[in-house]
Design a protein around this ligand. Sequence first.
Ligand SMILES: Cc1ncc(COP(=O)(O)O)c(C=O)c1O
Length: 392
Amino acid sequence: MTISLSRSMQGYGSDFIRDMFIAARNPDLISFAGGAPAPDVYPLEAFRAASDRAFEEWGRTMMAYDGAEGVLALRELIASQRMASMGVNCTAEDIRVISGSQQGIDFLARTYLDEGDTIIVESPTYLGALNSFNIFRPNYVSVAMDEGGMCMDALEKALIANPQAKLIYTVPEFQNPTGITLAGDRRQRMVDLAEEHDVLIIEDSPYYEVRFEGEKYPPIKAFDTYGRVIYLGSFSKTLCPGVRIGWACADYEILDRFRILKEASDFQASTVTQYQVATYLRDNDLDAHMGNICKVYKGRRDAALSAIQEFFPASVKNTRPDGGFFIWLTVPGLNATTMLPRAMNEIGVAYVPGESFFAGAEHSCNIRLSYSQMNEAKIREGILRLANLIKN
Ligand SMILES: Cc1ncc(COP(=O)(O)O)c(C=O)c1O
């Protein structure tokens, strides 16, 4: 074929995410690679019953086009339940339904980035966001993190050194890949810095409600009196990822761009699914469901942490997440990328090498372990095998 790719597609993309999905399907592999919620905790029966009721109540309305903003009943519930319980005051007008929070990242990249534009990211950051941003070939400025998340002094320095920066991208709760949460007292400061330096903050928080211990902080959006924060939420980690329903909460000017992009890309999120999710939210207690499933995730995290402590040498450092799905390992002297094929072929264990999560220079001694999808015995066995391989 002689049809050339568009300039933006040339050299763009990797097969990494596809390969991880394929690896996760192999039942013989102990996979710490995928970042998905556990199928055994999906609320299958409650969601099926809600779907039946939704069809009884909404009938053909549910099967029709609705509009790019998202179904009103769902937006009202997102505002009055999900955002209100986090401490963000908003109404359905401030919410747009999107096909997962991933689509929100993509829309914001399309809205604000041209080639060479500067975006500030955490170091490390979410691989899927880098994927969405990369097509625009931006200039990344990576800001260091510590156990309290992105360091605000380093952020301030980055903003001063890069006055043309447009966006800050952050995953403040149980970050993918490190599991770290942004300290409560850094949130107001981040918003104030954004105002001072005239940038927008993308607060990508699909794990916000997956907290199993520790102090709960309001989202950065709750401190946003300037209209500078775009909050991206998702039902992927609370309900199930197959619904492909997420939302953006932001000022009208920004959300109206979402409407235009939604109309251009897929018109709207599925009306059927939006009514199913709305009926589920109306008739069930999602907080109670989260309380139950967080016990499962906490058990898995505990199993991973105790196996790490038992089997890895003391020189290996790990994060200790209070929620979400990820632990970040730092193994001095390791090349986690070159070890991966050996881990998969020789010991039947998969993980994601840390290198994939850095926008800039390569850091290859890190491993992202996801504990969400396996039972505790499998987690322990996988970490034991990994520790033996590393020691060898
Ligand atoms: C930080 C982060 N943002 C966004 C997403 C995409 O989630 P969704 O299923 O809502 O599109 C993920 C998925 O793993 C994620 O980890």
